[in-house]
Each structure stands twice: as structure tokens, then as C-alpha cells.
Design a protein. Sequence first.
Length: 226
Amino acid sequence: MSDDSAKVAQLTTELAAEKAKTAQLESLVAALKKAAASGSSSVAEENVKLKGDIEAISAASTRSEKLLFSMSRERKTAKSGQRTRSSMTLKRQAVRHAEVAIVKDEVVRWLNDLLKPNPAVTTAGLFEELSTGIVLCKLILKIKPSVPLGRIHEKATLGTFYAHENVKSFLKGCDLLGMAKHDQFETQSLVGAEKNARAIVHCLLSLARLATFYGVGRFYPSAFLH
């Protein structure tokens, strides 16, 4: 239980106890009023004392009720703030997802145009088609044929050691072309690539801009990923 919930429970219990005590004292005062008709000064004094006790307990009850109301309002405000933050987070995620989708589509067109005459990848299957590293290595050599990538495993299949080696060669090529480390994705990013989509697309976007620098093709994206 949270601190606020514990406080509310405690105040609710205390408030119930105070109200019960007030009800008992009011019953006693009613009985004393009848006895007061006898003219006993002691009864009258007890009556005054009990009235004072009732007023004190009523005041305490009122304070407890106000505090409970205040705490309840604060909790509602906090929940409202949490909902607002959650809504803003979802909106930011939607915007980021839309940015990736736009750039991904443009990168695919650029990549296929660069590797003509045969289409290399599709938008829907981009990450799986890149995961063997074969297309990625060909891309590096298309931009700068003299980059020493070493052996490219042309028959590598998804998830194999050879695919892993091809991806490592691609990232080595990115280094040699001058791409900053923070613009590259990790070697394992193409495994379960959908959750790493932004990093992969960002790397390809950076490579496309490098290709323009080397005079290979032209690429003017409509969005940038940060």
C-alpha cells in the first residue's frame, strides 16, 4: 500500500471513531438535559463539559473530512497528470514511428536505384532482406569499390555465422567511409530488427548521405531521424 493510501485509510478510521464518539456524547447530553430539570448544579456543569467535548470532537471530525477531501483531490490531480504524460508519450512514439516509416520507404527506393538492375529489397521485408549482410556489403562497394571489406559470403543465410560476418564487414565499411559510430547500428541489431528499426534506418540514411558526398547517387530525404 502507498503512503497516501495508508494515510487515507487511517484518517477514515479515525473519522469513523470520532463520529461514533460524538453520537454517544450527544445521547448522553440528551439524558442529562432531562436530569437538569431537577436543578442539580453538578448535572448542569457536566452538561456544559460534555457540550465542550462534543464541539471539540466535531471540529476534529471537520478537519479530518477536509483533509480527506484534499488528499482525494490531490490523488485525482496526480492521476490526471499521469494520464496526460502517458498520452504525450504515446503521441511522441507515434510521431517517431511515422518518421521511421517515411525515411524507411525513401531509403528503400534509394537503395534499389543504386543497386539496379535487380531490386535488392522491399519496404515490407527490408530488415530480413538485409540481415544476411550480402546487400549491405554490395552497397558499400557500390559507393566505393576500393573499400577493403574482405570476403563477402554470398551464400550466407539468415541467422548464420556467415551472415554475422557480412554484417561486421558492412560496419567496417561504414567506418572506412567515414561514418560516425553513433550513426551505426550494433552487429546484433538485425536480429529482431523491428525493435531496432530506428537505428537501422538511421544508419542507412547516414550511408545515403555519405554516398552523395562520394558522388554516387542523390538522396534528399523528406525527414531526418535523431
